[in-house]
Design a protein around this ligand. Structure first.
Ligand code: HPA
Length: 284
């Protein structure tokens, strides 16, 4: 579904909360105008430290904004600058597997777009299906398979947001991807390129499902991102997606990937992901 009234309501609350806060802290008194939005997946929390003059707004202060029930996810927007670029971080997202609807999952992206964001950087933790890769590697998402069976665009189309049948021939922006590859090389960070398949979860994959996703052409599997990217493209945002591969997911040698392990690897790889995203944002 598309929920323009809820999004507009959230945006009004955010804009007035920010102007009150910036007036209180003696800043310009103008609400920040972020140009880049970053959805922080597991492990990207460190990006907050790269921000200048951050202002936090917990989701709890925004009426109708869905709260993540996942312990490893914070729940707030953070407004500030990385270098000279005005940025908003979405720290914590909600997922289909928590029982949320697609419009809840996409609320953060839609709110950021309505605040004026033009570029979306979306990150996640994912299992590596490509056998050449290791846990801890990063992957530039070049394309995706929406295997959730859901879309955030069903129901009446809100024409002011985007077209009824949005194009998905190039969901991930090639120019942003080139910048990411260049910055990764400069920083000495290994960055693979591949296709992400988004699944509903919350159960992890069976060996047969893992084999099938690989045969469908996917290099990594995870439980987020695809719906948010559809909503972002619908609203005309340029998208850069990066997965942190937290575990190997190979059909002939399946191993358990407990949440603690996923979080541990994501946090370990988080440092290079943070440096990469900060470097890319400065060039947007
Ligand atoms: N499968 C699905 N989601 C994930 C995985 C996985 O192996 N690892 C991290 N998120």
């Amino acid at each position: 579904m598309q929920n323009p009234k809820n999004v507009q309501n959230a945006v009004s609350v955010i804009v007035s909360a920010l102007s009150v806060m910036s007036a209180q802290t003696g800043q310009t008194g103008h609400a920040p105008r972020p140009r880049v939005g970053v959805v922080c997946g597991t492990g990207l929390g460190g990006l907050a430290d790269a921000m200048n003059e951050p202002v936090a707004l917990p989701y709890g202060q925004i009426p109708g904004f869905p709260q993540s029930t996942v312990a490893s996810h914070e729940g707030r927007f953070l407004f500030g600058r990385i270098g000279d670029v005005e940025v908003v971080l979405q720290q914590g997202r909600c997922h289909l597997y928590e029982g949320y609807a697609p419009e809840d999952v996409c609320m953060g992206v839609r709110v950021m777009a309505a605040l004026g964001v033009e570029v979306l950087v979306i990150t996640n933790a994912a299992g590596a299906l490509n056998p050449r890769w290791d846990a801890g590697d990063l992957m530039l998402i070049t394309d995706h398979v929406n295997f959730t069976g859901r879309s955030p665009l069903t129901g009446p189309n809100h024409d002011a947001w985007g077209p009824r049948f949005p194009d998905m021939s190039a969901p991930y922006d090639a120019a942003l991807g080139r910048i990411a590859m260049e910055e990764a090389a400069r920083l000495g960070v290994r960055l693979e390129r591949g296709v992400y398949v988004g699944v509903p979860g919350p159960q992890m994959e069976t060996p047969a499902e893992t084999r099938m996703y690989r045969q469908l052409g996917a290099d990594a599997v995870g439980m987020s991102t695809v719906l948010e990217v559809i909503a972002a493209r619908h609203m005309g945002l340029r998208v850069l997606g990066i997965s942190c591969l937290t575990n190997k997911n190979l059909p002939d040698c399946m191993k358990e990937a407990p949440l603690e392990e996923v979080i541990r690897v994501a946090n370990e790889a988080g440092d290079k992901l943070t440096r990469l995203v900060a470097a890319v944002v400065e060039r947007v």
